[in-house]
Design a protein. Structure first.
Length: 193
């Protein structure tokens, strides 16, 4: 079965993928995800502060705050696919490598058609597939650059941020596993990939 993200971005230039088995059904895990409190991670808050440092220095902006994951989804992401409890896909368009190159506003149907020069499109999915004793939660990020200039800029940025991006996503899944274990009275299961 193709993943949900394949529907909006079958080809990509950059990709990050992580999975973890959870002690909960897909519907419980999918419902719990937006309530995951990122502030409960000793890692995510400092990484968010570091990511927002260039914007804060350039224009006196605020640091990204580690709150509920659902609040984070609402800032700069557009819901592209909602196929709950199987999962959902969010999208963003922008110049992610720039301190002020934040996401552009767009209608979901325009995501794949966007070819704005110097920009990239980002698709971020969460999927929950049943497995023995619960479900397999997968998060995947794919980025497709609209032109060569965007690719070159994104490549440098990706080399710099990919380790932190992966760490943040693994932390999100760890926090989700902990919340699901509490909700279901079990023990968090270990990461798959």
């Amino acid at each position: 079965m193709p993943s949900l993200i394949d529907r909006v971005m079958p080809d990509w230039d950059f990709r990050e993928h992580h999975s973890r088995s959870l002690p909960a059904s897909p519907d419980i895990a999918c419902d719990a995800l937006p309530r995951v409190n990122l502030a409960n991670s000793p890692v995510i808050g400092p990484l968010f502060a570091l990511r927002s440092l260039p914007a804060r220095l350039a224009r006196g902006g605020r640091a990204l705050r580690a709150g509920n994951l659902g609040d984070f989804f609402g800032s700069g992401f557009t819901l592209l696919i909602d196929d709950r409890p199987r999962g959902f896909v969010l999208g963003s368009i922008g110049q992610f490598w720039r301190a002020q190159g934040g996401p552009r506003s767009f209608e979901p149907a325009a995501f794949n058609a966007n070819r704005e020069s110097g920009c990239a499109r980002l698709a971020w999915s969460f999927e929950f597939l049943p497995d023995a004793g619960g479900c397999l939660a997968t998060t995947e990020t794919r980025i497709r650059c609209n032109d060569g200039a965007a690719f070159r800029r994104m490549l440098g940025y990706w080399i710099l941020i990919r380790p932190a991006s992966g760490l943040i996503r693994r932390e999100m899944l760890r926090l989700l596993a902990r919340d699901c274990a509490r909700a279901c009275g079990g023990i968090p299961r270990t990461p798959v990939a």
